[in-house]
Design a protein around this ligand. Structure first.
Ligand code: SF4
Ligand code: SF4
Length: 142
């Protein structure tokens, strides 16, 4: 059967660090895991951007398994768009973007948006006083 790659943003609840969730994904569901981005603070919520490779049916089951263990799983089937020409470079969005997709240029203090780093956490949507961010939904099926 055909192998597929899927990207997911996982949000782990506090105290989930002791559970071997990723080990079970590999062992029980035959899923290969590539961690693209991680922010895990002990005792607090952890965020991971993962690329999962395996059979679609196994990935679906593996994601269900994670959800049963209170892990929020969001497929990366949407992107964030920005009306940058209306931006006033206030920096609010860069302050909440832990993925590092939104940064202020160190000399010009103009906003820079690196879409490749965006994990679609949507925090910038609420942070922008001018509502310049939007979610663009698209079909990620291969
Ligand atoms: S959704 Fe916004 S805040 Fe979240 S990673 Fe993407 S650009 Fe950064
Ligand atoms: S919060 Fe909005 S106005 Fe401020 S820097 Fe970000 S995109 Fe620009």
């Amino acid at each position: 059967m055909r192998m597929v790659k899927r990207r997911y943003v996982l949000k782990f609840p506090p105290k989930s660090g002791d559970k071997p969730l990723s080990y079970i994904l590999v062992k029980d569901y035959d899923i290969r895991i590539n961690i693209l981005k991680a922010e895990v603070v002990p005792g607090r919520r952890g965020n991971l951007l993962l690329e999962l490779q395996g059979r679609q049916s196994n990935i679906t089951k593996g994601i269900e398994y994670l959800k049963e263990h209170q892990v929020e799983c969001s497929p990366l089937d949407k992107t964030i768009t920005l009306e940058q020409d209306k931006c006033i470079n206030c920096g609010n969005c860069s302050a909440v973007c832990f993925a590092g997709a939104l940064t202020m240029h160190p000399e010009t203090w103009e906003l820079q948006f690196d879409k490749s780093k965006c994990i679609v956490c949507e925090l910038c949507l609420k942070a922008c006083p001018l509502n310049l961010f939007e979610i663009d939904f698209h079909d990620d099926a291969e």
